[in-house]
Ligand binder design. Structure first.
Ligand code: ADP
Ligand code: MG
Length: 320
């Protein structure tokens, strides 16, 4: 199977929402009148972002999921994506499963594959997504204000727990491992929640490298600080929560775990019912975990509001 047959077999389907998809020198996209185009790109490298043993169906899902998560954080609705892929060989069973996983999530989000590039090389997957958001309504990192509440969507920490189980640093029961592994290998991008939070959230970011690290980016862009309630954070672990006995460890996993693809966002206290309503419409749990302060920096408090000195690592590809 040559390059062009491979593209035709696995990566060429009629575009549904875009005027021109795969097959020409460029694809053509048509955002609706009054919409801005939201663009984001994310690369996945074997051994770095996924284990060589990962199921190709789940890898197809995850490669797109991490990109859709960025659109979600901006409140953008997905339109289309491109796929640039380096493959060590043209393995039909692998390509079949990978493309099925990719298209299942693409279809669920009405997002067309409109182009890309295919080359031989060590497995590397780079997707660029395009979405649309009404002019001026994109959720940004820079909009948090002192007094706002801090919220997190869904569950945090389970993906990291699965990674630790793979590494052998924790032991999980079969059920807990399956639940945690699902979160690591097949995260759900919170696209519907991002859209529902337009006009409600003041700032948002998606959590890929751990809540504390990612939320710190939002705080810097907004030039504010935050206090996070550790007791609230302890409740963020999902289906594998029972497996982690110690509260301290649950807090650490939830706050610095990584690979979660949830949204962390801010909204004024007057919008609490609206935030809950957005969560219900999107079918995603939302949890209030703290508040924004004028003073820069991140502090952690116990249930009584007393400051607890804590430090959490976040993920950095180039950290020593
Ligand atoms: P060019 O040489 O003009 O860059 P290519 O020969 O690389 O074009 O690709 C031919 C067509 O197939 C283009 O429309 C390109 O966008 C598309 N394409 C190539 N690889 C992929 C892929 N992995 N997924 C989707 N479309 C692809
Ligand atoms: Mg090319």
């Amino acid at each position: 199977m040559g390059e062009f047959e491979l593209i035709a077999r696995y990566f060429n389907r009629p575009a549904r929402r875009s005027p021109l998809g795969v097959g020409d020198d460029c694809a053509l996209l048509q955002p609706a009148a009054g919409m801005q185009l939201a663009v984001s790109t994310d690369m996945l490298v074997e051994g770095r972002h996924f284990l060589p043993t990962v199921d190709p169906f789940r890898l197809g899902h995850k490669a797109l999921a991490v990109n859709l998560s960025d659109l979600a954080a901006c409140g953008a609705r997905p339109l289309a994506f491109t796929l640039s892929i380096a493959l060590p060989l043209a393995d039909e069973a692998w390509l079949d499963a990978f493309s099925r996983g990719l298209y299942a999530l693409a279809d669920a989000n009405e997002c067309d594959l409109v182009g890309g590039d295919t080359t031989r090389g060590p497995l590397n997957i780079c997707i660029t997504v395009f979405g649309e958001v009404p002019q001026g309504e994109a959720l940004l990192r820079s909009g948090a204000r002192a007094g706002d509440d801090v919220w997190a969507s869904g569950t945090l920490g389970d993906a990291r727990l699965a990674l630790e189980a793979f590494r052998g640093t924790v032991r999980l029961s079969g059920d807990a491992f399956a639940a945690a592994r699902e979160r690591m290998e097949a995260p759900t991008p919170r696209v519907a929640l991002g859209i529902a939070l337009r006009g409600i959230a003041t700032a948002a970011i998606d959590v890929s490298d751990g809540l504390v690290g990612d939320f710190s980016h939002l705080l810097r862009r907004s030039r504010v600080g935050a206090r996070i309630e550790l007791a609230a954070a302890a409740k963020l672990l999902g289906a594998s929560r029972e497996a982690v006995g110690e509260e301290e460890r649950r807090i650490e996993l939830a706050l610095s775990g990584g690979d979660d693809y949830e949204l962390a966002f801010t909204a004024p206290p007057s919008a609490r019912a609206d935030v809950q309503g957005a969560g219900e419409r999107a079918g995603t749990r939302v949890t209030r975990i703290g508040s924004i302060e004028a003073e820069p920096g991140l502090t952690f408090v116990d249930a009584a509001g007393r400051v607890v000195p804590r430090h959490f690592e976040s993920f950095d590809h180039f950290a020593a």
